[in-house]
Design a protein. Structure first.
Length: 364
């Protein structure tokens, strides 16, 4: 019996999609395999490979539900992986925590239980567990969008910013769209036509992402590799006046130097790239390009925190300020609270502010 054209198209698209996902996993893990964003990306692409196989109409119709349950568990768990991947993609300092693993395990377990036991049964738990499973894509799509919105403006790498917007918008749209389609399908299973449309949309998204990532250099996509046993760096203000041939850029660099080093603009708690650009009377894109391409910074918040940490370390090492509370020093430098200050300080020096102060005062 000759397969239907729709079946052949679906199989061809799934084959191409699987190949692209594997290429994308290779790209993500090639340059910075130790970075959380690369690891989360590899896990997400491999999870999508399993989802592509498990959502094939032939697989769903021929394979017993109990054997489908691992595939369904991974497919639903991909919503959690997407949320983690977006956080890592938008925040170079992101580190996975036990809550991320726990969220994936809970979601996967509920999905597997629904597929193998609950779905189609008369269990009183069915409405609850199926409701949880159906809410998962929407909940984690919203969380991913919130994570993207909170960090997007601080990203100074223009190509990466555009890629991030595409990933988040299409990822959230795909998750919500497929949730609606499955809710409207009998027993949550896709028809041949909707399954083909599903894989076509995913193929388009992955193809664009793979193409853009191949074009982005590793230094644009990922932060610089960190040497594990490197000595603790000395915290200094970021340079803001390296030589450049463009007179307009020179003038902007001088204005930025004055605003940060003389006027201490970084002390403003709510300082943003837009606010600083308005203060310097320049378009935001020019200031973003200057800080990224000329000064070498990838994230605006990290750039500003460099000045804040430099002021704080100087104050903590000053014997005349030994009685000044650490909180006062942190707030004066522009940090909004003691928690973010302590984390940023330890990440930069390897010591807590109190340990740093004791060490420096003992040496003086």
């Amino acid at each position: 019996m000759t397969p239907a054209p729709t079946t052949l198209l679906d199989a061809a698209q799934r084959g191409v999609l699987l190949a692209l996902l594997l290429v994308l996993a290779l790209i993500l893990g090639r340059d910075r395999p130790r970075l959380p964003v690369a690891r989360a990306g590899v896990l997400l692409t491999l999870g999508l490979c399993i989802q592509v196989i498990g959502s094939a109409p032939a697989f769903e119709s021929l394979v017993p539900r109990v054997w489908q349950s691992p595939f369904v568990a991974v497919a639903v768990g991909n919503a959690v992986l997407f949320w983690v991947f977006v956080q890592a993609l938008f925040n170079d300092d992101f580190r996975p925590r036990p809550v991320h693993v726990a969220a994936w395990l809970v979601v996967a377990a509920v999905a597997a239980l629904n597929c193998a036991v609950v779905a189609g049964s008369a269990s009183v738990l069915a409405p609850v567990t199926m409701g949880v499973q159906r809410a998962v894509p929407l909940v984690f799509a919203v969380l991913a969008a919130m994570a993207a919105a909170s960090q997007w403006r601080a990203d100074l790498v223009e190509g990466r910013r555009q890629l991030r917007v595409f990933i988040v918008v299409t990822g959230v749209g795909y998750s919500v769209g497929m949730l609606v389609v499955r809710l409207a399908s009998p027993h949550g299973q896709l028809s041949s036509l909707s399954a083909t449309a599903d894989v076509a949309m995913l193929l388009l998204i992955v193809a664009v992402v793979a193409w853009r990532m191949v074009r982005l250099a590793g230094s644009e996509l990922f932060p610089a590799a960190v040497v594990p046993d490197a000595p603790i760096p000395t915290v200094e203000p970021p340079p803001v006046e390296p030589p450049a041939p463009d007179p307009a850029e020179d003038r902007l660099a001088e204005s930025l130097q004055h605003a940060m080093a003389v006027d201490h603009a970084y002390r403003s708690e709510d300082l943003s790239i837009a606010a600083l650009a308005a203060r310097l009377s320049v378009p935001e894109y020019r200031l973003r390009r200057l800080i990224n391409q000329r000064l070498g910074h990838r994230n605006f918040n990290a750039f500003v925190n460099g000045f804040r940490l430099a002021e704080a370390t100087a104050a903590l090492a000053d014997s005349s300020k030994r009685d000044l509370p650490v909180l006062t020093i942190a707030l004066t430098a522009g940090f909004q609270s003691i928690g973010p200050f302590n984390r940023a300080f330890k990440a930069a020096t390897g010591l807590t502010p109190t340990e740093f102060r004791k060490q420096k005062l003992a040496e003086s």
